[in-house]
Design a protein around this ligand. Structure first.
Ligand code: OAD
Length: 239
């Protein structure tokens, strides 16, 4: 039996599966990841822009970055990896998809048990009155966008140094600790607390499977590292 067949056996017989995805699952939809080649925007790293301090200093600059990403995401379609996970959800008794992605491609592929630990790029939140609204325009005529109350709006995402949404995080921890199989897909596993879910799942007894063409800091502790792009590996894993 090959390693891949063994992993397919784990997935097939699991009563409870949790999945953690990162930017890599959307790479084959044409959305650049943050830390691979092509991820920099105007030579800024995500850590330079995705912070409350960067937004306070220069909201227009931060919004220009999000506008760039929104325009790329608006043109993108979910790929075979997103669809494979949506299929897996349908045939697994307990299934939770935890994503660090803010692009909405899992929703569009049909995922329903979805926990967005880093928020949603299509949500805007007023920095003055706190009102949230959905806005699917790929880019805005004027940046930064403003709320009806006059306040500057920010993207409804979690920035470095900010707390993850507590209820979503607690459900993510529960899913990771209850999983028989935990899939880690397309994440560099560098950003915490999200990456901590891999350790939690492993310590709670799950079989942990990584899908990533590159090695990551968690590769050494997983039960199987599948070195392949998500759109190629995931359909095979769930077929
Ligand atoms: P990264 O850009 O850090 O990592 C992307 C990972 O995807 C890398 O490990 C790649 O090897 C892998 N990868 C690339 N192409 C792939 C493919 N076709 N299939 C599978 N894997 C592939 O992205 P994240 O781990 O998602 O947070 O980054 C975590 C967080 O850092 C993001 O949510 C974002 C970012 O700053 C915030 O904005 C708060």
């Amino acid at each position: 039996m090959t390693a891949a067949e063994r992993v397919r056996g784990w997935v097939k017989t699991a009563q409870s599966i949790a999945v953690l995805t990162g930017a890599g699952i959307s790479a084959e939809s044409g959305i650049p990841t943050f830390r691979d080649a092509g991820g920099l925007w105007k030579n800024f790293r995500a850590e330079d822009l995705a912070t409350p301090q960067a937004f306070a200093r220069d909201p227009k600059l931060v919004w220009e970055w999000y506008d760039w990403r929104r325009s790329l995401i608006a043109k993108a379609e979910p790929n075979r990896g997103h669809h494979a996970l949506a299929d897996l959800e349908k045939r697994t008794a307990n299934f939770t998809l935890i994503t660090q992605n803010v692009d909405g491609l899992h929703d569009r592929a049909g995922a329903t048990h979805l926990l967005k630990v880093h928020g949603d790029i299509w949500t805007l939140r007023c920095t003055l009155c706190g009102k949230e609204r959905h806005d699917a325009r790929p880019s805005f005529p004027d940046l930064p966008p403003h709320c009806f109350c006059g306040g500057i709006e920010r993207p409804g995402v979690v920035w470095f140094g900010e707390r993850l949404p507590p209820e979503i995080w607690s459900q993510s921890e529960q899913a990771a600790s209850a999983a028989d199989v935990f899939l880690v897909v397309g994440t560099s596993a560098l950003v915490y607390p999200a990456a901590g879910l891999v350790h939690l799942a492993k310590a709670s007894g799950a079989k942990v499977v990584e899908v990533n063409p590159a090695e990551t800091p968690v590769s050494g502790m997983v039960d199987f590292s599948w070195r392949a792009p998500a759109a190629q590996a995931l359909p095979l894993l769930v077929s």
